[in-house]
Design a binder for this molecule. Structure first.
Ligand SMILES: Nc1ncnc2c1ncn2[C@@H]1O[C@H](COP(=O)(O)OP(=O)(O)OP(=O)(O)O)[C@@H](O)[C@H]1O
Ligand SMILES: [Mg+2]
Length: 371
């Protein structure tokens, strides 16, 4: 991945963030036990994690990294970090702790977790850095009192452009100048996103402004209602299947949206027949994915449920349609609790009867109901 291959390693690789780096160094160089921890915050993909990694490298100290989302209880934090925070480092080289993404400390453990972190800050013999996207949440209020806050900002478009240019050169890629600029803009200050976008186009002979425009469209999430309209009005299979990636609902769920709304859009019998034919094939692949977990079938499922449905239509409909929530999903939502209870009962029976829950449901339950 470009983000690994071109990851910043030394201070000289850092783009922008001058004030922040100065503040970080000032904090680090003067740090002694009892001082505040560092809370490095800012949007995603601007260097929080990698700048601290670079700091450890530049200062030749041990670097101990943990992700806050892995901790579920105060006890766990105590047991895993507590020890090493108090320990001397090997050969007295010094060390630095980074607790990444502190704002994602697992839900229920929040309170205990945060106060455990504060205990660490007060007891540690080594500097601790926390990183966060959203440092001003109320759950971090107490932690903030024990931290020096330093903000990393979104990167400037021109800075992102420069970095992309470097990669383009090293990878011997070809890209139109406008396209490069557009790509940098699209990232919205997030260098990781910019590098990932560039990588996604790296197979092209030459990247053009049109490629970037398509990418931009894909990036913007659309509502499921917009997606349905686009699929039903698409002219080609490709156009229709592309829509699927732009909605923030999984294809599995979109399948039901398409299935329950196609007859609101199409009105000719032949079109509906062809559309449902395509859906039935998509459904076969849907089941195969469920049964075999072979996700390669997903591409075919999408081809049929979006592309197949789109080309089932002869002419575009220009009427305004009120798409509706799929009844199946609504029913499943309403009956979720009941089904969970039912499943628990089935599990109980399955254990007693030494068979699968499916067998209980299909072969035993009908008789039990009769009794
Ligand atoms: N200011 C920067 N200078 C050079 N490279 C950068 C900079 N910011 C980010 N990068 C590069 O972008 C990628 C992601 O950076 P990093 O993981 O540090 O982001 P982050 O701020 O920790 O994001 P997140 O909030 O998602 O964890 C890395 O490859 C990194 O080298
Ligand atoms: Mg990070």
């Amino acid at each position: 991945m470009f983000t690994e291959k071109y990851k910043l390693e030394k201070f000289e690789d850092i783009i922008g963030q001058k004030d922040a780096l100065y503040a970080i160094l000032k904090w680090f160089d003067s740090w002694k036990p009892g001082d505040k921890a560092l809370l490095l915050h800012g949007p995603t993909g601007v260097g929080k994690t990698s700048i601290i990694e670079a700091l450890a490298l530049e200062k030749s100290i041990d670097f101990i990294e943990m992700n806050a989302s892995n901790y579920r209880s105060a006890k766990q934090i105590r047991e895993t970090i507590g020890q090493s925070v108090a320990q001397q480092s090997l050969f007295k080289r010094g060390k630095i702790f980074m607790i990444d993404e502190i704002d994602s400390l697992s839900g229920s453990a929040d309170r205990g977790g945060i106060s455990e972190m504060i205990k660490l800050i007060r007891a540690t013999g080594h500097p601790i850095v926390f990183t966060a996207n959203k440092p001003f949440q109320s759950k971090l209020r107490n932690l903030r009192k024990y931290c020096k806050l330093v903000e990393l900002r979104k990167l400037a478009i021109s800075d992102i452009e420069k970095q992309l240019k470097k990669i383009v050169k090293k990878e011997k890629m070809k890209i139109e100048r406008d396209a490069l600029r557009e790509l940098a803009k699209l990232a919205g200050g997030d260098l990781r996103a910019a590098m990932n976008d560039l990588e996604s186009l790296s197979h092209k002979k030459k990247i053009t402004a049109d490629d970037i425009q398509l990418l931009g469209k894909r990036e913007k999430a659309i509502t499921v209602y917009e997606a349905l309209s686009k699929i039903f009005k698409a002219d080609t299979v490709l156009e229709a299947r592309r829509v699927i990636g732009t909605v923030d609902k999984p294809p599995d769920e979109l399948f039901w949206w398409i299935e329950s709304n196609v007859m609101r859009e199409y009105s000719k019998a032949e079109e509906l027949a062809a559309a449902f034919d395509a859906l039935s094939i998509a459904d076969v692949f849907r089941q195969r994915i469920r049964n075999t977990h072979n996700w390669r079938f997903l591409a075919y499922m999408i081809d049929f449920m979006a592309g197949g449905v789109a080309v089932a239509r002869r002419k575009k409909y220009f009427k305004h349609v009120h798409y509706q929530y799929p009844t199946l999903i609504a029913t499943l939502g309403r009956t979720k609790r009941m089904r969970k209870e039912q499943h628990e009962h089935l599990l109980g029976l399955a254990k007693q009867l030494h068979c699968s829950t499916r067998k209980v449901r299909t072969e035993f339950l009908p008789y039990l109901k009769l009794f």
